[in-house]
Design a protein around this ligand. Structure first.
Ligand code: BES
Ligand code: ZN
Length: 610
């Protein structure tokens, strides 16, 4: 790129206009190959009236390529002023793309060190959800949380929004003094009088792990380096549910090496959180729908914890390599669950995971067969499109196949080294393959042949060496399901010792039914009284499919309360699949419930119900 002659800087807008505008690469406009971002110092004040964060960010940069422009990502932000090493400069904000936003072009010099951007977010900033008191659990105070993955960090901070870029950060966050602020960093455990909170993240992290939550929160320790944050009214049940967290950390460390992120705390959010969990460093964000009262849904914590290695330590270089984050994490989650709760329990989870994978494979093989490959080619598609069970479940079964091929002992040694040698680095699919070949399977021709690495990664569907998972506990259920199919007698199910996972397996393997059958099942098991969100989600779909209208009231209130997209999408889709009347019901409920949903869920549902 041409150098800007210093005296032309004053007319930065003109000179920069003649340059080609930045191109989108790996879902980011930023020029991270030319300029590195090392550290960020964030200063924001939360205004709950206006629903904005207002302040500035200092970015420490190194101009590696001696280029004359720093390009950042920015979306739904109001950029007020930019200065470089304390000198105000003219900047260019390109026209906003609806997913990727604008490039923010800032003139720099070869020795430029620090860029200051004064800005504020807007009520539209998609990462942020500002909740009224009524939308929280306790209904006493307002709440704010962020969700940055995959490309939403740029909607609350102007930065290089690509997972290939890692930086450390400091932050000062000012909040109304009855609230507490938490981030993906070292966190306070108590409120302070001033409402000003300082944060430090000394490990370099990618932008999608930037996170902020503000609310009336309390803390309780669950062990040596773990704890729970929740609203006061939720604390007791959250604490009880998450009691095994410290044991999970200990088992995870035994498996794949020491936990490097200082503490592991979990923040249980209000029910509109659009995901199950988000692996923000030092502070996993979690949906309250895992608080089931019986600890049956805590594998989600094992999952987010596992990301402390797969994802947060070794990070997918691009969103096309997303399976490196999620597939490894589901595999690691499975190993933690096995270590803490035993093989039989883990097998149930894995078989249910396989059931979900089959549904996804059926769907995608019709609509987007290319998306059934582990390595994606998203180009300019929203990385959200890659968020399917392929990355998670096909990825898990690939690693399970590798484990089976080389034996657990060799595999674990390999994986431990993989995490250690690539800590705080990013990884592409191709780099992983060559590391795997070199360090593991090239050593043994039989392994090499049996692993079928390329078929798994670049092939559609499931490779021929995939072995379906089995669960002894569920083999018993197959018998009960067969008896039920013959008799339609709910007594066929011996439910006394059913866990959540038994129920899910049964609900997902029922034979074709009619309304009377569903009514009889409800009479026997009283599904609408069950408090478990996973079971309810399947039950509502069944009720819709067979016109069991008695569930519609409870379903409506569920959809008005819960914002977790994984539940919303299949329930609304079931209604839509019923034809025009179903679609109308879906739209009616959605119109009422939408105001409580996060943008991430709204975008999916707008598309589904348009
Ligand atoms: N990192 C993901 C969530 C995510 C992925 C958000 C991509 C945005 C874009 C998180 O670790 C996750 O996988 N959450 C799952 C739960 C898990 C147990 C499968 C979820 O939210 O359902
Ligand atoms: Zn995950």
């Amino acid at each position: 790129m041409k150098k800007i002659i210093p005296f032309l800087l004053g007319i930065g807008i003109l000179s920069a206009c003649s340059k080609p505008s930045p191109v989108l690469k790996n879902h980011s406009y930023s020029n991270y190959e030319e300029v590195s971002l090392k550290h960020m110092d964030l200063h924001l004040k939360a205004d709950f009236e206006k629903k904005i964060l207002d302040g500035f960010v200092l970015l420490d940069i190194t101009n590696k390529s001696k280029t004359d422009v720093l390009v950042l990502d920015s979306r739904q932000l109001l950029i007020k002023e930019v200065s470089v090493d304390d000198k105000k400069v003219d900047f260019i904000l390109s026209k906003e793309h609806e997913v990727f936003g604008s490039s923010l072009q800032i003139p720099i010099e070869s020795e430029s060190k620090q860029v200051k951007i004064s800005y504020q977010t807007t009520p539209e900033s998609a990462a942020l959800q500002w909740l009224s008191k009524e939308q929280t659990n306790d209904k006493t105070d307002e709440f704010l949380f962020s969700q940055s993955q995959a490309v939403l960090a740029r909607t609350w901070i102007p930065l290089m929004d690509a997972p290939a870029v890692r930086f450390t950060y400091d932050a000062t966050i000012e909040v109304p003094n009855h609230l507490m602020a938490l981030m993906s960093a070292v966190n306070p455990q108590q409120k302070n009088e001033e409402g000003v909170y300082q944060f430090k993240q000394e490990k370099p992290i990618p932008s999608y792990l930037m996170a902020l939550a503000i609310g009336n929160l309390t803390f309780k320790s669950t062990g040596r380096n773990s704890g729970v944050y929740a609203e006061p009214g939720m604390m007791e049940s959250c604490f009880w549910e998450l009691k095994d967290m410290q044991q999970m950390i200990d088992e995870a460390e035994k498996l794949y090496g020491s936990y490097v992120w200082n503490r592991y705390d979990v923040l249980v959010l209000p029910p509109s959180f659009p995901f199950g969990g988000m692996e923000n460093p030092e502070l996993t964000f979690a949906t309250p729908t895992i608080i089931a009262g019986d600890r049956s849904l805590v594998s989600l914590i094992a999952h987010e914890l596992a990301h402390s290695w797969s994802g947060n330590l070794v990070t997918n270089r691009t969103w096309d390599d997303f399976w490196l984050n999620e597939g490894f994490t589901v595999y690691f989650e499975q190993r933690i669950m096995e270590a803490v709760y035993g093989k039989e329990y883990e097998e149930m989870l894995t078989v249910n995971g396989y059931g979900e994978l089959q549904l996804t494979l059926n769907e995608l093989s019709k609509t987007a067969p290319e998306d059934t490959k582990l390595k994606l080619t998203l180009n300019e598609r929203n990385p959200d499109d890659g968020l399917t069970d392929i990355a998670y479940e096909k990825g898990r079964f690939f690693l399970q196949t590798l484990e089976r091929t080389v034996g657990r002992e060799q595999w674990d040694i390999f994986l431990r080294r993989y995490f250690m040698e690539h800590a705080f680095k990013t990884m592409t699919t191709e780099e992983f393959i060559s590391y795997l070949n070199k360090e593991l399977i090239d050593n043994n021709p039989e392994w090499k042949q049996n692993a079928q690495v390329n078929e798994w990664i670049y092939g559609k569907g499931m490779p021929s060496n995939f072995i379906k998972p089995r669960s002894a506990a569920f083999d018993r259920l197959d018998g009960e399901l067969a008896a039920y199919k013959a008799s339609k007698d709910p007594e066929s199910f011996k439910t006394d010792d059913y866990s959540t996972h038994h129920w899910l397996y049964v609900l997902r393997h029922l034979p074709a039914l009619n309304t009377a059958d569903v009514k009889a099942l409800d009479a026997a098991f009283d599904f609408n009284q069950i408090k478990n969100s996973e079971i309810l989600c399947d039950w509502f779909q069944l009720s819709i499919a067979y016109d069991y209208t008695k569930s519609y009231g409870p379903m409506r209130s569920f959809l008005n309360r819960v914002g977790r997209r994984k539940f919303l999408t299949p329930i609304y889709r079931s209604m839509k699949n019923k034809g025009p009347e179903g679609l109308e019901m879906a739209r009616n409920i959605y119109t009422e419930a939408k105001k409580g949903y996060h943008t991430v869920a709204i975008e999916t549902l707008d598309e589904l119900l348009k």
